[in-house]
Design a protein around this ligand. Sequence first.
Ligand code: ZN
Length: 214
Amino acid sequence: MIRDMIRETFPVGLLQCNCTILGDETTREAIVVDPGDDIPGILLRLARHSLAVKHILITHAHIDHIAGAQELKRVTGAPLLYNQRDLPLVAMMDTQAEWLGIATPNVKPPDADLADHATIRAGSLRADVLATPGHTQGSICLHLTDHGLLLAGDTLFAGTVGRTDLPGGDGPTLIRSIHTRLLTLPDATLVIPGHGKVTTIGEERERNPFLQLA
Ligand SMILES: [Zn+2]
């Protein structure tokens, strides 16, 4: 049975990364995606809904998405998962912190790999992992088929696509990932990007200038 889902998406940190909390209304189990910063604020929202964190998921290991993850893990005891192909980015967290002019966050290897086709569950919620390399080697999207929802990380945005000029980025790979893994989803799928406003797969297929085939 598909139960209603609690969903909160809100920007955190300097670069306004979209953090998302997904919760099962009955079991009160939750998934937190991309807790880049403002862990007290995230904990407050969880408490307001009486949610217990079951998994902490990271769409890719850029500092604005992963910086708060270790602290959230420490407080909640929930495992931290991301794709291990982003471990080179974790190894250069000092450099990433320099880009932003902030202190280097404590970031560790994942408790488990967020590999392509993996399924993450919290109560009745089910999120399927889609490997979408391009913005980074280990970038993934999370597809909640039952709810017609896609958490796209920095792979796809409203009207644009993720940048590929940072270490590990690759333009043709990114476009291929979007065409083969994301534009194959139903038009009505609601897309929550890693930054900025929500969109839909149909809207981006029709209007995104970076996705028009010649
Ligand atoms: Zn990024």
